[in-house]
Design a protein around this ligand. Sequence first.
Ligand code: ATP
Length: 446
Amino acid sequence: MEKIVSLARRRGFVFPSSEIYGGLGSAYDYGHYGVLMKENVKARWLEAMVRERDDIVALDSSIILHPRVWEVSGHVEGFTDPLVDCRTCKLRFRADQLDQAQCGRKPSKRPGETPECDLTDPRHFNLMFSTRIGAVEETGLDAYLRPETAQGIFVNFKNVAQIARRKPPFGIAQVGKAFRNEITPGNFIFRTLEFEQMEMEFFVPPAEAEEWFRFWVEERVAWHVRFGVRRDRLRVRAHEADELSHYSTMTSDIEYRFPMGWSELEGIAYRGDYDLRVHSEASGTRLEWVDGESNERYIPHVVEPALGVNRSLLTFLIDAYDEEVVADRPRTVLRLHPQIAPVKVAVLPLIPRNADIAGKARALYEDLRRAVVAEYDDSGQIGRRYRRQDEIGTPWALTIDEQTLEDDTVTIRDRDSLAQERIPIAGARAFVQDRLAQDWTTPKPD
Ligand code: ATP
């Protein structure tokens, strides 16, 4: 993980937040390449959910919802972690993760491992951040920053179902920020206070719920593989009864083999009719499906795939990271799926001082950037420029040299195979677009 953290920082993907004030352990800021890559992750998810299917529509609900939403959903009461405090080292740990925690004393031990450890009984700690709406402290309304995007979907069910004229099975997809007062951050961007979620609530006739649950587990595993994650680094793990959330009777995690061990990448939860039912009862608005012809009415059941953008980005970075020796020199390369890679193509004039070469290179770059994210780099030796692009995972580099001036061809270098071929400069844009549209599998062995 240290190598990923260091590359992410060195190349400007992810920085510790508020670093000039010492950082804030569990918050991170995204630099240029991090932003571009996050946008790609979200775009691939939205395409798979909304563009490639006829039965899912998009939504963007508020971060701050009516506080009743969270009371009724059960989050005020039940969205908690069991915590224990150590009276000796004064640290706080998640009771269900003591085996992964480290106690504050040196040499470091697991909490509870030594006779000096003095742990309290577990206490429940709510993970929602609270805030106040209104200018006047006394008359303001207590509110919460949403800890999941899903509730915004449930409370909009009637609006969307009516306007989209959809009949179950159909889904509503949303991408947006969520906030959790996590007390066990660490592992870089795996678990942070603030993150982005991609959640889709799929509303189905109750009798079809199990079938759809299985469908979505498979579909979501396939999405990670499609965008480059090695299949043998993924596994599906069904939750035990005591792990299930307050709203779920069946949940499976898609786990990835992170450097710290197998951990949840994405969760697929069967939420039954819980959310629509409790919001119907509490609000008086019937959140149900009414068949126009038969007049049959029922509350649809919900299957929910929920994935963190940041955790997905971390997984892609880890899975793509590679080191090798080429011509006696070490090379670090991110073998990212081209559709996930922040930059698609780099334009490198071999001799930047040569005005004709620079002019051709600049014109090619201007042409490419209208179609894809492209980068122009004319500083330093060509080998160093290639290495820079390898480290940010740019799949193709185009080099303009003296031969270009003679025959209008450029060299295209492939990040993974390092193969170089000459292609006409006029076909460069189509070449990149064509390759981008093709299926891709990682060259990394399992
Ligand atoms: P955990 O048990 O790890 O706390 P969870 O089961 O509560 O997670 P869900 O509520 O299922 O997580 O959230 C759905 C997805 O959102 C997770 O699979 C993960 O990808 C992402 N996620 C959840 N919490 C965080 C966080 N604090 N930081 C980053 N991503 C998160």
